[in-house]
Structures are given as structure tokens and as C-alpha cells.
Ligand binder design. Structure first.
Ligand SMILES: O=C(O)CCC(=O)C(=O)O
Ligand SMILES: [Fe+2]
Length: 323
């Protein structure tokens, strides 16, 4: 694999993978594998989310986040430890930090409808009375992103010389989370702690993340040489990156790259930024032990064996979202 330093995140066309032409499909897999082995991020077009759905989703989340804090807080249930519903300003901090990020967000989780007993493992979703459409629009976006994520996982499986369907049963009714985020306006930037940022540098916990809205300024990825590269996705693109679970499974053959959202210049701190990541998780019992094919003399095993559920619990505690 190449040691090239990318100046931007590679752009791919998901239609190359799904369109039925075997040569285009092979090229997509090779380009995706190359990008994930190197920088861990790609931007994809033809991802299946319609402009109308994206527009509706932004509309409902903007309406929700513009409600008074006291109203939003009714949807923050302490007993859920941030697993569903609203998570208020400053609650989450990146692993290894104590200062909270300058954001508020909402968690929408899996709705199990096929009688799978895994339903008992998941808390019920919470829906705000004030924005009735959040449920239909949120769940439609969830399903669509889940389907897109499954296609990306197929491509990853082929790249790893696994059966194309390797991830299918592992993500069926998986513990994925749709997280609309509001980086809220700050009227008095002098009053925020110097080291408080919109989202401090971190790696995502899950298998892969599909991110809507990364085109707004601020998102940066840490390149291998230590330089921060801004993400400049186009409005019709989704950013799809490797998370820590996939890095563990592949013994870092696929890279979970550190990224962050920096604050805008002081005069723009009064403006909001919105983004909507979909964190694709498997079922809790998925084994994340490094694949044999990713371990050899040159690549000794880096991670202990764990299930996805064990790993998630450990990480949620580290970022302030669990007991
Ligand atoms: O807001 C963004 O653009 C990225 C957010 C992010 O990295 C995260 O929530 O994990
Ligand atoms: Fe992230």
C-alpha cells in the first residue's frame, strides 16, 4: 500500500459499486481500500439520500435545537446516560479530556421491528412533542443511512478478502446511532474556556461513520505527517470514515483517523453549525478480535480480543456518556 500523503479526502461514486458493472465495482473497492488504508476517510456521491430528505432532516433538527434549553432538557433522561434523546451543552468530552465540547445533540437509535429479541437491549427512542415530524423524518434517514452503510461494509469486506456478506448478520438490527449535532452560537467568546472547542480531536468508536453536512467549515482530519487537512466535501457528498471498531478488527489495516471540529474565527462564533453523523455499530456480540488475515510478522497483533459491546461500554464511560 502506498505511503502517499493526501491533500484532500478522496471522492468516490457509490454508483460504481452498486451499478452492476464488475470492472467499476472492482475499481471502487480498490480505491476505497487504498483510501481507508491511508487516511481513513472518503467522500461519496450517489449515496441514496435524496436532497428532499436531507432538507427535511435539517429542517426538523433546526426547529428542535431552536427550542428553549428548558424545553429541550425534557428530552434528556438521566437514566439513559445519553443513549437516546437530547444531550445538553458541554456534556460530552473527547476521550482523555475533561472540558466539554461546544455542542448539543440528539440520539436516535435502532427500532427493531422483526421480532428479534435484541430489541430488549435497546432503549426506546424519544421524540419531541414540539417537532412532530422528527420521528418519521429521523427514522427514514436512519434506514437510508443504514442501507448505504451496508453497501460500504460490503465493499470493505471484499477489500479484506472476506465474503461480501461478512458484516450483514453482524449489523442486522445493529446498535447504530443517528446523531444530529448543533454547534451552538456563542455570544461572548471571551467567556468560553480557552481550550473548549466544537469537537475536540477524537476517533469514532463504531465500525464506520456516515457524515452528512461535513461541508460546512471546521472539520479537519489528522494526516500521517501530523498536518490537519480540512474536509471539503461537496453538498451532494457524504463523508464516510473508518471507526475504532473497524480499526481493531483489521489490526489498523483500515485506519480510524483522528479528526476534530475547530472553532470559527471569533466574529463567527455567534453562528450555528449543524452536522449529522450516523455511527454504524454492529450488534453488541460481534467479535472484534483482529482478523487472522490482518496479522503477520510485519503487522503484529495490536489489540486484545473484545466484543463490540464490551468496547462500546469502555469508550462511553471515557467520554462521559455512561456511569
Ligand atoms: O460535526 C462534524 O463535522 C463531525 C462530528 C464528529 O466527528 C463526531 O460527532 O464524531
Ligand atoms: Fe467523529
Amino acid at each position: 500500500m502506498s505511503e502517499v500523503l493526501y491533500d484532500e479526502v478522496p471522492s468516490l461514486d457509490l454508483a460504481d459499486f452498486t451499478g452492476g458493472d464488475p470492472i467499476r465495482k472492482r475499481h471502487f473497492v480498490a480505491a476505497l481500500g487504498e483510501a481507508y488504508n491511508n487516511i481513513g476517510f472518503v467522500a461519496i456521491k450517489n449515496h441514496g439520500l435524496s436532497d428532499a430528505l436531507i432538507h427535511q432532516l435539517y429542517d426538523v433538527i433546526k426547529r428542535f435545537f431552536s427550542l428553549p434549553d428548558a424545553v429541550k432538557q425534557k428530552y434528556e433522561l438521566p437514566e439513559l446516560f445519553g443513549q437516546r434523546g437530547y444531550i445538553g451543552k458541554g456534556r460530552e468530552h473527547a476521550k482523555g479530556r475533561t472540558v466539554g465540547d461546544l455542542k448539543e445533540f440528539y440520539h436516535i437509535g435502532q427500532e427493531v421491528r422483526d421480532g428479534d429479541p435484541i430489541k430488549n437491549e435497546y432503549p426506546e427512542n424519544i421524540w419531541p412533542d414540539q417537532v412532530a415530524e422528527m420521528k418519521t423524518v429521523g427514522l427514514e434517514a436512519y434506514k437510508t443511512l443504514e442501507d448505504t452503510g451496508k453497501q460500504m461494509l460490503k465493499a470493505i469486506a471484499i477489500f479484506l478478502n472476506l465474503d461480501e456478506a461478512y458484516f450483514e448478520d453482524k449489523v442486522h438490527n445493529g446498535n447504530s446511532i443517528l446523531r444530529p449535532i448543533h454547534y451552538f452560537p456563542i455570544e461572548n467568546p471571551e467567556e468560553v474556556p480557552d481550550d473548549a472547542v466544537r469537537a475536540a480531536e477524537h476517533g469514532d468508536i463504531n465500525l464506520i461513520t456516515l457524515l452528512m453536512g461535513a461541508s460546512a467549515d471546521g472539520l479537519q482530519v489528522l494526516r500521517k505527517d501530523g498536518k490537519w487537512i480540512p474536509i471539503t466535501a461537496l453538498p451532494n457528498q457524504l463523508v464516510v470514515n473508518v471507526g475504532d471498531m473497524m480499526a481493531r478488527l483489521t489490526n489498523d489495516k483500515l485506519k480510524s483517523t483522528i479528526h476534530r471540529v475547530v472553532n470559527p474565527p471569533k466574529e463567527l462564533m455567534k453562528t450555528s453549525r449543524f452536522s449529522i453523523p450516523f455511527f454504524m455499530h454492529p450488534r453488541a456480540d460481534m467479535d472484534l478480535a483482529c482478523l487472522d488475515s490482518c496479522v503477520d510478522m510485519e503487522h503484529p497483533k495490536k489489540y486484545g480480543d473484545m466484543t463490540a459491546g464490551e468496547f462500546l461500554d469502555e469508550r462511553l464511560a471515557e467520554i462521559g456518556l455512561k456511569k
